[in-house]
Design a protein around this ligand. Structure first.
Ligand SMILES: [Zn+2]
Length: 289
C-alpha cells in the first residue's frame, strides 16, 4: 500500500487533542502519516487549570503552549506545523469588543489561505479535517479555521491560484469533525445514573435543543478508535494550562466510553472521489484498504 497522508487543521494548540484525536492516533498507529496544522499560537488562551494559575506561567503563554503542543503531538504520534498566525482571543461582553489588531480574525483571508495552501502542496494529504461553518464552537478563530481550510482545499488544486506556493495538489476528501454530540453525552450521563451517581453533564443536556441534532443530520462517517481514547486523554492533559484534569470531561471512565461510544464522528463535506455513505474510514474510496 502506498503512503496515505492525513492533515488535521486546527485553530489553537489543544483543539487537536479534543477533536478527532483518537482517530489521528489510530491512523498514525496504522502507518498513515498524520500532520496537525495549528493556525495560531494560542497566545490569548486563558489559564483554565487552577493548578497552573501560577505567576511563572503568566506572560509566558506563547512559549508554554509551544511546549505543551509538542508533548501532545508526541503522545498522539503525529507531526505538527505552526501556521504562525496570532490568536484572536474569545471576545466577551455585550456588545463584544473588536478583535485585536493583527490577529487571525482580522487579517485578510488570503494570507492564512496562502500559508495553508503551501503546506497542503508540500505535505500532499489525501484527507483533510477541519470544523464546520459554525466552528463547532463560536470562537472567531474556529470560524476562520473553517473558512481557511475550505479555501485551501479548493485553491491547492488550482494552478492559477497561489502559483508561488508550490505545485497543485488535489486533496481527495475534506471532513468536518463533530465530537460534541448530545446522544453521546446522554448515554454517558445515563450510565452515571445507573450506578447511582450524579453525572456531570446535566447542565449541558438541559439547555440542548433536541432539534439541533448534528448526529442525525450531519454525521456521515464514524471511525472506530476506542483503543486510542487513553492516548487522546493523555494528549489533552499535556495542554496543562488549558485543561483541568479534574474537569467534567475526564469523569466518565474510559471503559464506559469504549463500550458505549467507541467512535469519533465526521461529516464528509467535499470529495473528489466517488463515495458511498455512511462510511467507517476517512480513506474509503482513496485506496484499497
Ligand atoms: Zn480553539
Amino acid at each position: 500500500m502506498s503512503e496515505l497522508r492525513l492533515m488535521a487543521v486546527h485553530a489553537h494548540p489543544d483543539d487537536e487533542s479534543s477533536k478527532g484525536a483518537a482517530t489521528m492516533a489510530r491512523y498514525a498507529d496504522e502507518g498513515v502519516r498524520v500532520l496537525v496544522v495549528t493556525l495560531t499560537g494560542g497566545e490569548r488562551g486563558d489559564i483554565l487549570n487552577p493548578a497552573m494559575d501560577l505567576p511563572e506561567v503568566h506572560g509566558r503563554m506563547a512559549e508554554i503552549r509551544r511546549d505543551e503542543m509538542a508533548k501532545a503531538a508526541e503522545i498522539l504520534g503525529v507531526e505538527h506545523h505552526w501556521l504562525g498566525f496570532v490568536d484572536s482571543g474569545l471576545p466577551e461582553g455585550d456588545p463584544p469588543p473588536p478583535l485585536p489588531d493583527g490577529c487571525l480574525g482580522v487579517v485578510p483571508l488570503e494570507h492564512p489561505t496562502e500559508a495553508l495552501v503551501r503546506v497542503v502542496r508540500e505535505f500532499r494529504p489525501h484527507v483533510m479535517t477541519t470544523y464546520d461553518e459554525n466552528g463547532g464552537y463560536p470562537h472567531p478563530d474556529h470560524i476562520r479555521c473553517h473558512q481557511v481550510s475550505v479555501a485551501a482545499y479548493e485553491a491547492a488544486a488550482d494552478h492559477r491560484l497561489y502559483p508561488d506556493a508550490g505545485d497543485p495538489w488535489e486533496v481527495r476528501k475534506l471532513y468536518y469533525t463533530h465530537g460534541f454530540l448530545r446522544q453521546r453525552m446522554q448515554l454517558l450521563q445515563d450510565e452515571f445514573a445507573k450506578y447511582g451517581q450524579e453525572g456531570p453533564f446535566a447542565k449541558w443536556l438541559k439547555h440542548w435543543d433536541p432539534d439541533h441534532d448534528v448526529f442525525a443530520k450531519r454525521v456521515t462517517t464514524r471511525v472506530e478508535c476506542a483503543k486510542y481514547f487513553a492516548q487522546r486523554d493523555d494528549a489533552l492533559r499535556a495542554h496543562a494550562t488549558q485543561i483541568d484534569p479534574n474537569g467534567d470531561f475526564f469523569r466518565a471512565p474510559i471503559e464506559w466510553q469504549q463500550r458505549l461510544w467507541p467512535t469519533e464522528e465526521y461529516e464528509l463535506a467535499r470529495s473528489r472521489v466517488p463515495v458511498s455513505l455512511p462510511e467507517t474510514d476517512l480513506f474509503t474510496g482513496i485506496e484499497d484498504r
